[in-house]
Design a protein around this ligand. Structure first.
Ligand code: FEO
Length: 145
């Protein structure tokens, strides 16, 4: 069993992962509308990854005997000034996710909840990949300017 503060924080991050998925699907739709199908496909793959992250939190919260709660998420943006602007927005979003994961780890350490610290280690590594992946596309797009 996890304490209520940790359960609330994990639920919040689970919902944030779903919000992240919505952002990427909205970006996919914007790219598809502009016939940039390669970028749209990149965003759809990212959408699926975010839903995988969401499900990992869902399963962990459930396994630890807490209740999974879905909350209302803000609507994602629907327009960007350019492909580069969309990917830069994505990088900024991933940096927020990284910061949230770091805060969660700190909270779990403070609560001496080592199982949750261990669970979150996967996300620490994943965020390094996520940021590097988006940044790689940004570097390519800048070369094309
Ligand atoms: Fe689930 Fe892209 O962070």
């Amino acid at each position: 069993m996890i304490n209520k503060e940790i359960a609330d924080a994990l639920n919040s991050q689970m919902n944030f992962e779903m919000y992240s998925a919505n952002i990427y699907m909205s970006m996919a739709s914007w790219f598809d509308a502009k016939n940039l199908t390669g970028c749209a496909n990149w965003m759809k793959i990212q959408y699926a990854e975010e839903m995988f992250h969401c499900t990992k939190f869902y399963n962990y919260i459930n396994e630890r005997g807490a209740r999974v709660l879905i909350d209302g998420m803000p609507a994602p943006a629907t327009e960007w000034d350019s492909p580069l602007a969309a990917f830069e927005t994505a990088l900024g979003h991933e940096q927020i996710v990284t910061s949230r994961i770091n805060d969660l780890v700190a909270q779990a350490i403070e609560a001496k909840d080592h199982a949750t610290v261990n669970f979150l280690q996967w996300f620490i590594g994943e965020q390094v990949e996520e940021e590097a992946s988006v940044d790689g596309v940004i570097q390519q797009l800048k070369l094309m300017e």
